[in-house]
Design a protein around this ligand. Structure first.
Ligand SMILES: [Zn+2]
Ligand SMILES: [Zn+2]
Length: 166
């Protein structure tokens, strides 16, 4: 997103655009990991070392309250945040804790059962075991774009894919 647009988004949220707050929104727009407030702080702190933890928390709250970002309540340990407002389902793996986006429309069948209410958004959370964990690699994440590569480790899993000795 263009910086001017990001500034407008902050103003609409009632947040005065500062470099630090812009960095928070930019980071959220750039990631698919649905970070917690602490993860947002850790990431933004790298480029804005003077940012206060309270600034991150307050900015996330203001952006959530104004509908600029989504606050996800699917992780019992901490709220997670998402700048993607398009219709999609969130899937949380109970083994590795990662949150994935699923491109599923959920609202279609609801619109005719709304009993006169006007549905503007439907949020669905799905839970289970992700594809990486099903493959026996809970620390992997090769299937999730942008995930950090884990260091190789000795694996007891007979299903671990390792090249055979030449
Ligand atoms: Zn998993
Ligand atoms: Zn999402």
């Amino acid at each position: 997103m263009a910086p001017e647009k990001r500034m407008a988004r902050l103003r609409e949220a009632g947040v005065t655009p500062t470099m630090q707050r812009l960095a928070i929104l930019e980071y959220l727009e750039s990631t698919k990991t649905h970070p917690t407030a602490d993860e947002v702080y850790a990431a933004v702190h790298k480029t804005c070392p003077t940012i206060a933890r309270a600034t991150v928390y307050n900015t996330l709250e203001a952006l959530t309250a104004s509908g600029t970002i989504l606050k996800l309540a699917l992780d019992p340990a901490a709220a997670r945040y998402d700048a993607d407002l398009g219709p999609h389902v969130h899937f949380r793996c109970r083994l590795c804790g990662r949150v994935y986006d699923l491109a599923i429309e959920t609202a279609q069948c609801l619109s005719e059962k709304a009993e006169g209410h006007e549905i503007e958004a439907v949020r669905t959370y799905a839970f289970g075991v992700c594809a990486s964990c099903r493959d026996g690699d809970p620390k992997g994440g090769a299937r999730q774009r942008g995930a950090k590569k884990s260091s190789p480790r000795p694996s007891a899993s007979p299903r671990a894919r390792r090249p055979a000795h030449a």
